[in-house]
Write a protein that binds this ligand. Structure first.
Ligand code: ATP
Ligand code: MG
Length: 474
């Protein structure tokens, strides 16, 4: 069992105790119960109660109403100097779902059963009473002064946890029909926990995968990112494929299947297998940009696939231009999923530069230095490592990059510039189209070690670009 003596736990426990004192039922609910039973540390502790939102608001000093419509109140506590916000939600049953996303109305209830039956999966449908032993079977939880709690399991969640199964509560088709996002959530939990999706639950997803488009792009993006970054990314994408969701949400990735590669460079198999192998390298907690960079790095291969030319003996499969085409395809995907500009820029940079490692030992000093100082270069390195470990396992360029990073250090990679716009203006040049080219040339020369002072820099520029405008006009 995880140690549950952290501030978030303390806060939720005190809230449940207070609600009990006032005569209301109050439980820990959903994901935190699942995680406690799995011996994992819950991210947060949600409380479900029979008390209505107005009672909850009156019972605590500091509250914020976040999801008033759904009966969710945030109760703010300070535990050990830390501000803790706990979600306290009134038991409810959901009305009809006419948009495939949200219930049209909710009805508050004093019956925990109603609240459980509206939840998505049996493993997420358990309640845990941290205060009394009235319901369910005892469970030992390591916590000072408290040795046992009890779990209210009305949906067979404990059995499914033991069997390691994600199973919809109730009739799977109805539940996915109500809220299409649950299809992606099923995959996410199965991937993260390394569970299987129960047969009828999977069949219901397969039957309705085509309706996932009723979910907003932002929510699809967030679920996909979570599938990629919470552990089990490879399994998540295999399940997306098996469920029929992949071709709906990322048809460009579904197209990687069956795209053969030259065996001498890619003994592992087609582009889909290669991409899945990269995803195997994604650790829990990986950054969003690295994860999407890995997923999309070869997305340009299907469109650029060129079979060996039979008239040229020994010719091989080629993907000429796959990087540029991949960047363009990835841009379309990232726009469609409404990624932020910053995330988009970094993900596209990862794709754009991923083949450059192959040339790294032959690069000019200035090119090498500019490459090594790309923003978040560690992500480029990690992607490249995963790329070669998922193909020919040639770590030469990777090790060379590491050595160079260590040898060069900050000052050599990012030296104080000898020539800036200020020096150019002082020398009589006017800002204009040529200005930028001069600045790049000066920095290149500095990175190559060809100039060491501003004077040397200006002399070099005069020679290459001509004298300044004033001199010209004389
Ligand atoms: P995580 O650890 O990823 O936060 P979680 O199980 O806590 O997982 P949340 O999204 O935080 O998931 O939701 C909390 C609980 O609310 C879930 O455990 C589940 O009982 C319920 N729930 C959340 N989303 C849905 C949904 N779309 N349909 C039905 N129930 C849901
Ligand atoms: Mg949660």
């Amino acid at each position: 069992m995880p140690r549950l003596d952290n501030p978030a736990y303390e806060a939720a426990l005190s809230i449940a105790s207070r609600l009990h004192e006032l005569g209301h039922a109050a439980y820990f609910a959903g994901g935190c119960v699942r995680d406690i039973l799995l011996g994992l540390q819950p991210k947060d502790f949600d409380v479900a109660t029979s008390a209505t939102p107005d009672i909850v608001q009156a019972a605590f000093l500091r509250t914020e109403s976040v999801g008033a419509h759904f009966g969710v109140v945030l109760v703010i506590n300070e535990v050990a100097g830390e501000r803790i916000a706990t979600e306290v939600a009134t038991f409810r049953s959901d009305g009809a779902y006419s948009d495939g996303r949200r219930p049209d109305s909710v009805r508050f209830s004093t019956d925990a059963r109603h609240d459980v039956l509206r939840r998505d999966f049996t493993i997420n449908g358990m309640l845990l009473d941290p205060v009394s032993f009235e319901h369910g079977d005892p469970l030992t939880v390591e916590h000072p002064g408290r040795t046992a709690c009890c779990v209210l399991d009305l949906v067979g969640g404990r059995g499914d946890l033991e069997r390691r199964i994600v199973r919809a509560i109730g009739e799977p088709r109805t539940r996915f029909n109500e809220d299409k996002l649950r299809m992606l959530r099923a995959i996410r939990f199965a991937a993260r926990l390394n569970f299987t999706i129960e047969r009828r639950t999977m069949a219901a997803i397969q039957a309705q995968a085509g309706t996932i488009h009723q979910v907003s792009s932002e929510r699809v993006r967030d679920e996909l990112t979570r599938i990629l970054t919470e552990g089990g990314a490879r399994r998540g994408f295999e399940l997306l494929d098996e469920s029929g969701l992949l071709v709906e949400v990322l048809p460009e990735i579904a197209r990687l299947k069956g795209v053969e590669q030259p065996p001498e460079f890619h003994p592992e198999g087609d582009v889909w297998i290669h991409t899945l192998m990269l995803l195997d390298h994604l650790k829990k907690g990986a950054s969003t940009t690295l994860a999407w960079g890995m997923l999309l790095h070869d997305v340009g291969k299907p469109a650029t696939f060129t079979p060996p030319d039979p008239t040229k003996p020994g010719d091989r499969i080629r993907f000429n231009g796959h990087v540029e085409v991949g960047v363009a395809i990835a841009r379309t995907i990232l726009n469609r999923l409404r990624f932020s500009n910053d995330d988009c820029d970094q993900i596209l940079a990862l794709i754009k530069h991923h083949m450059q490692f192959g040339d790294i030992t032959k690069m000019k000093q200035s090119t090498l230095k500019r490459f090594l100082r790309l923003p978040q270069f560690d992500e480029h390195l990690t992607l490249h490592y995963a790329d070669v470990m998922s193909s020919n396992r040639n770590l030469g360029p990777y090790n060379y990059a590491l050595e160079q990073l260590e040898d060069l250090g900050h000052e050599e990679l990012r030296p104080q510039l000898l020539i800036t716009g200020r020096e150019l203006i002082a020398a009589g040049y006017k800002p204009g189209p040529q200005f930028k080219a001069m600045l790049v040339a000066a920095e290149d020369a500095q990175l190559e070690g060809q100039i060491h002072t501003p004077e040397e820099g200006l002399a070099m520029l005069r020679e290459r670009f001509g004298p300044s405008v004033e001199t010209n006009s004389e």
